[in-house]
Design a binder for this molecule. Structure first.
Ligand code: NAD
Length: 538
């Protein structure tokens, strides 16, 4: 079956020669200020939301065609997650995009300073195939919210989804400001020769490095959402049944083709022997006897990835205690657990990104292998995207928090840190740079532009006179005092002004009330009290 719907593909910018014209059009829309009004952005976001509601079934079908994604996973992690993200953005957009006004101080007493939240300009979002709608369009929604014009480049590997995105986006978003470019590495490469004002890339470390180098040519800022191996450390304080269930849930979701999936387990033999019996039991409870027949397990996305994952299983040392069977014609690999792998095995040296869970056994020790696990994680040549730990010990938690470098962490569960949109999501070091989700996506695509607004008032000019030549010691001391000391004792900040005004108005209303209804009795008594007292002390 041909993977690309060529009729749809032809309508999009698949011809590199059209890139110049496309980018000129988007840049002109940006410079005309079309995307600047918050109302315009909200209108586009509402339209994007409507796309998800109207075309729900078509999106699920494209996902099913690409990797047999189940309806629940398609709905929850591609559609519903996006709808909630857009709704939250629409609700908060006015307040997020407001300028932030600075408090005046003695130096800026006659001025105003503020931070404008401005869009970068024309941005490029390069998506990947494992969650082709979510990982492409969540950043796009943030870029729209921030007021950018956007070129959207879905992954060619999830080609049904890419075609669907190319078909739907021009129907729902303003084509003068937002466009889809379809194609593979060749087209993306040519696209990257053009100047963008921001690039947001999701994908592998190798291509991420290349994108970064290309962005450098134009000094374009980038967010790189990359992969890596996410370890799971387990000690002996856990509930084994729940631990096994939460790990398998994270591993089986989308057939392990999830960037935040648990990649491998580090535990001692004692822990492994209590944990392992739960795995087949849970799989049987979820999928019965014929796992291949159930609609809830997706497929490997293509033959290349099938062969890559199959090779990881074949070359691993240790023993397969669950799964191991595969069928290339159906791109099916039975969820597999391998116990006793070596650090030198291929499976421990590249991201698994498939339904295989290797377990590396640690030496028995008083800390249940914690020290060895930390040393192992830190000795690897990459920073994990996520670190998972199953333990009830605060000591274990603190040690892992303080002594490892990973993009994010979750204790006693997997994946959940990705779906809480109050948490910024992103990697560190080799697992990426920058973050997004919720308001963080808006911030990613927003430049904070500081502005000082001065006038020609007498007071402002007098305060500033000291900065002009000729310079002398007095001026240095005075400027140094002003710049530092009033900041240290910030009693001069004008935060107190509203409180002071309220206090004066309160006093005034007492005086007026006293004058009108009490004929000045309170004032009279107070006056007497003060004068008598002062007489007494004389
Ligand atoms: P991919 O092959 O779909 O590539 C991603 C994008 O890069 C695509 O749009 C593709 O067209 C483009 N591309 C590919 N080769 C290119 C080249 N030579 N030059 C320019 N562009 C090129 O996806 P992938 O790289 O197989 O993605 C899988 C990786 O992505 C895994 O490592 C996974 O962990 C990671 N990932 C990370 C996240 C995250 O949020 N951190 C999410 C999903 C996947």
């Amino acid at each position: 079956m041909a993977k690309f719907n060529n009729n749809v593909y032809a309508k999009t910018y698949n011809d590199p020669e059209s890139y110049d014209e496309l980018l000129a059009r988007l840049r002109s829309s940006f410079h005309n200020g079309k995307t600047r009004s918050v109302q315009f952005r909200i209108k586009q976001l509402k339209s994007l939301l409507r796309m998800y509601i109207d075309r729900n079934d078509e999106i699920l079908e494209a996902l099913r065609m690409d990797m047999r994604k189940s309806t629940l996973e398609g709905y929850m992690y591609e559609i519903d997650l996006m709808k909630n993200d857009i709704r939250e953005t629409i609700k908060n957009l006015s307040s997020w995009s407001k300028p932030h006004w600075l408090n005046p101080n003695w130096l800026t007493i006659a001025d105003r300073g503020y931070i404008l939240k401005v869009p970068y300009g024309v941005v490029l979002v390069i998506g990947t195939w494992n969650y082709p709608f979510q990982l492409t369009l969540v950043p796009v929604a943030g870029a729209i919210a921030a007021g950018n014009c956007v070129v959207i480049k879905p992954s060619e590997i999830s080609s049904y989804s890419a075609s669907k995105i190319a078909e739907l986006i021009p129907q729902y978003l303003d084509p003068e400001c937002y466009a889809v470019v379809n194609g593979g590495s060749f087209e993306t490469d040519l696209l990257l020769d053009h100047r963008f004002d921001y690039i947001f890339y999701t994908g592998s470390i190798g291509i991420g490095r290349k994108i970064h180098a290309k962005a450098n040519k134009h000094l374009t800022p980038v967010t790189l959402e990359l992969g890596g191996k996410s370890p799971v450390f387990i000690d002996d304080t856990v509930d084994y049944a729940i631990t096994a269930k939460r790990i398998l849930w994270g591993k089986c979701m989308n057939m392990g083709q999830t960037c935040v999936a648990p990649d491998y387990i580090l535990c001692t033999q004692k822990v492994a022997s209590k944990l392992i019996p739960h795995f087949p039991a849970i799989m049987h409870e979820w999928y019965g006897d014929n796992w291949k027949a159930v609609p809830d397990l997706a497929r490997i996305v293509n033959k290349k990835h099938f062969n890559r994952v199959a090779n990881l299983i074949k070359t691993a040392s240790g023993s397969i205690i669950m799964g191991g069977e595969m069928d290339e014609s159906d791109l099916w690999i039975k969820p597999t657990i391998i116990v006793g792998v070596n650090p030198q095995d291929q499976i421990m040296n590249e991201e698994v990104f498939g339904p295989v869970l290797p377990i590396m056994i640690l030496e028995e020790s008083e800390d249940c292998g914690l020290e060895e696990a930390i040393q192992f994680i830190n000795s690897r040549p990459w920073n994990p995207l996520c670190l998972y730990c199953f333990s009830l010990s605060n000591h274990v938690r603190n040690q892992l928090q303080d002594r490892t470098q990973t993009g994010n962490m979750a204790f006693n569960d997997t994946i959940v840190q990705f779906v809480i949109d109050e948490l910024p999501f992103g990697g560190v070091g080799s697992s990426g740079m920058g973050s997004y989700h919720g308001k963080y996506t808006f911030d990613t695509f927003t430049h904070e532009r500081p502005v000082v607004l001065r006038d020609f008032s007498f007071l402002g000019d007098k305060v500033g006179l000291i900065r002009y030549p000729p310079y002398n010691k007095y001026k240095i001391n005075f400027l140094s005092f002003m710049l530092w000391h009033w900041k240290k004792f910030n009693i001069f900040y004008f935060d107190y002004v509203p409180h002071f005004i309220c206090f004066v108005m309160g006093l005034l209303s007492i005086v007026i009330f006293d004058w009108v209804y009490g004929e000045g009795a309170i004032a009279f008594n107070l006056y007497n009290a003060f004068t008598n007292q002062s007489t007494r002390f004389m």
